[in-house]
Write a protein that binds this ligand. Structure first.
Ligand SMILES: Cc1cc2nc3c(=O)[nH]c(=O)nc-3n(C[C@H](O)[C@H](O)[C@H](O)COP(=O)(O)OP(=O)(O)OC[C@H]3O[C@@H](n4cnc5c(N)ncnc54)[C@H](O)[C@@H]3O)c2cc1C
Length: 421
């Protein structure tokens, strides 16, 4: 017996097997993988595409490698013409900086070791198109706000489209609905409230910076700022303490322009370019989950747990978790009695892969929130062998396992560098 406490009408979609809530990278990728295996899959998305998404607009090399594995990297490269991202320049509060590339050698940039800088509006739409071409159905303007249950089991969703509420049944429901996931909330799977009280403001510039190959990250006065050259423009992402949010609420664009005073060299660049009217605001981050599944439901991407945007690993996580989730969904649909086992395996695989990455992100957050520590670290990386900074970038670029940073020789050199001057 399906139960829901709202007056709704039943909707019959084209015999959906799997309902995916959210058409971002996680939802689109999972749907694509399932459709390729011949499964019926329908995405329910609250917005119309193309739509903007608050993001630094950078895919790290791990994310690009995932697209390669999916067999769509070349197609997306051709349609989107993303800027190739060689690496990052990081500047500490005292102005010292280091620049490092993702590549394991200085001379060549292997396809698998490039990042992409491309606007999310364009990337997400192109990825969704690939899913649609594989047979995925998409319903836009569908805001899911509740789950249908039969006893303990999730058997569908309740969505609002305009003024209508619809009950939509499915064999499985996947929450790919991002940072503020409704599916996660309805399943009570959030582990706790966010502790990292930061928010982000994302702005786009129209400028001719297109050809650059390094992103820039600056940390100053408790704020961090990222600059990514995009095709035909640039992304400027400002992350500030949530306590400053009250001042943002009135006029995000004005607040954004004022806050750039902490980054004079960027402010000059913004002034000389056309800043788009809309400044996107999002946060707080830090959304751990108790587990990423329930009977009849899975979580993927940000919905399955997110920490902090500083290292730019969220799109990789979305794509990789979607691949892992696809295996679990296929196993559960092939033999429903094995669903619990398949979902627990998925949950373990997520933790195995992402807990070490989260550990590294926490260590980096600890450094950037302490100006003197950050300055010493950056100075050590700047004057050390290029290999040290590169190793850090290859870990945050999801090319190498974070454990590679625990190499005693690497740590020793870094610590000596930090106390050295
Ligand atoms: C400021 C900032 C900067 C970042 N920079 C980077 C970066 O440079 N590189 C990187 O790799 N990662 C970055 N990230 C992280 C990255 O944006 C996310 O990890 C990634 O978008 C997660 O993809 P997703 O598909 O899980 O969720 P999303 O991309 O958020 O997609 C979720 C989709 O679900 C839809 N949706 C939400 N609720 C509902 C609902 N109730 N019903 C129906 N549909 C719904 C939304 O409209 C959206 O389309 C950044 C994040 C932030 C906040």
């Amino acid at each position: 017996m399906v139960s829901v406490g709202h007056a709704v009408e039943a909707a019959t979609l084209s015999d959906p097997k799997v309902l995916v809530v959210g058409a971002g990278p996680a939802g689109a990728t999972l749907a694509l993988e399932l459709a390729r295996r011949g499964l019926g899959v329908e995405i329910l998305e609250r917005k119309r595409f193309p739509r903007d998404k608050a993001c630094g607009d950078c895919l790290n090399p791990g994310a690009v490698a995932e697209l390669d594995r999916l067999g769509i990297a070349d197609r997306l490269r051709t349609t989107l013409r993303p800027n190739r991202l060689r690496g990052w320049r990081v500047e500490a509060p005292d102005g010292r900086s280091f620049e490092a590339s993702f590549s394991s050698t200085d001379v060549s940039l292997a396809a698998v070791e490039e990042g992409w800088a491309v606007r999310r509006r364009d990337f997400d739409a192109a990825l969704l198109n690939a899913a649609v071409d594989a047979g995925v159905g998409v319903r836009f303007d569908m805001r899911v706000f509740d789950l249908l249950r039969s006893g303990e089991r999730v058997v569908g969703v309740v969505a609002r489209q305009g003024t209508r509420s619809l009950q939509i049944e499915g064999s499985l429901v996947v929450g790919a609905d991002g940072l503020n996931s409704v599916v996660r909330r309805r399943l009570a799977l959030a582990a706790r409230l966010p502790r990292l009280r930061k928010i982000a403001l994302v702005a786009h510039l129209a400028c001719a910076d297109g050809g650059e190959h390094f992103g820039e990250l600056r940390v100053r006065r408790g704020r961090s700022c990222g600059f990514a050259p995009l095709p035909g423009g640039a992304n400027v992402t400002l992350v500030i303490a949530e306590r400053e949010a009250r001042r943002v609420a009135g006029d995000p664009r004005r607040f954004f322009e004022e806050a750039l005073a902490s980054f004079p060299e960027l402010r000059a660049r913004v002034r000389s370019s056309a800043l788009e009217d809309t400044v996107l605001v999002t946060g707080p981050f830090d959304r751990p989950v108790k587990r990423a599944w329930a009977a009849g439901a899975l979580l993927v991407g940000d919905a399955a747990g997110y920490y902090d945007p500083f290292t730019g690993q969220g799109i990789y996580q979305a794509l990789r978790s979607a691949r892992l989730a696809a295996e679990a969904v296929v196993a559960a649909l092939a033999d429903p009695t094995s669903e619990g086992l398949a979902f627990r395996r998925y949950d373990r695989a997520l933790r195995r892969e992402f807990a070490p990455k989260r550990g590294l992100q926490r260590a980096i957050e600890a450094a950037i929130s302490r100006p003197r520590l950050m300055s010493r670290l950056v100075a050590a990386l700047a004057r050390g062998e290029a290999a040290a900074a590169r190793r850090l970038l290859r870990a945050t670029g999801d090319i190498e396992h974070p454990a590679s940073l625990l190499d005693p020789l690497f740590m020793g050199r870094l610590l000596v560098g930090m106390v050295g001057r």
